[in-house]
Design a protein around this ligand. Structure first.
Ligand code: ZN
Length: 142
C-alpha cells in the first residue's frame, strides 16, 4: 500500500507536535483502547462544563494517522457544545466509513484525513479517538 499519499504535511505537523497530549496514568484514564490491527493505543480524559466540552486530553501511542486524528479532534472539539460534538463524531466517522464528505471549510485540518478512506485498514486509526471521546461523553452522562 502507498502510505506516501497519506503522510501529508498537515498530518505530519500534528504527528510531530500533537495538540492537547499528555501522559495519562492508568487510574486517570476514562477510556483506554487499543487497535489490534495497527497497534495504536489511546488513553483519553474529557471534561464537560455547562453543556460544553471544556477539555480533552489524550495520550496516543500509535501511527501518524491515529496521532494526527487525535490531535485534530481535540483542537476541533474543545469548546463546542456536547450536542455539536456528538454531531461531529457521527458525521466524521460516517465520512471515514464512506459516507458523505463534510464541507472543506468545516473540516479544516481534518481534511487531510479524508484520503485515509481509500485504505480500509487505516480507517480505524482515524476514527479511534472519536469513538474514545464518545465513550468518555457517555461516562460523563453528557
Ligand atoms: Zn494506526
Amino acid at each position: 500500500m502507498q502510505l506516501d499519499d497519506l503522510y501529508q504535511e498537515i498530518i505530519l505537523d500534528h504527528y510531530k507536535s500533537p495538540r492537547n497530549f499528555r501522559q495519562i496514568p492508568d487510574d486517570e484514564a476514562m477510556v483506554d483502547e487499543e487497535n489490534p490491527t495497527c497497534g495504536d493505543h489511546i488513553k483519553l480524559i474529557a471534561a464537560v462544563e455547562d453543556g460544553v466540552l471544556s477539555d480533552v486530553k489524550i495520550q496516543c501511542e500509535g501511527c501518524a494517522i491515529c496521532t494526527a486524528s487525535s490531535s485534530m479532534m481535540t483542537e476541533k472539539m474543545i469548546g463546542l457544545k456536547v450536542a455539536e460534538v456528538r454531531g461531529w463524531i457521527r458525521d466524521f466517522t460516517e465520512m471515514m466509513r464512506g459516507g458523505p464528505d463534510l464541507p472543506e471549510e468545516d473540516l479544516d485540518d481534518l481534511m487531510a484525513l479524508r484520503g485515509v478512506k481509500k485504505y480500509p485498514l487505516r480507517i480505524k486509526c482515524a476514527t479511534m479517538a472519536w469513538h474514545a471521546l464518545e465513550d468518555a461523553l457517555k461516562q460523563l452522562g453528557a
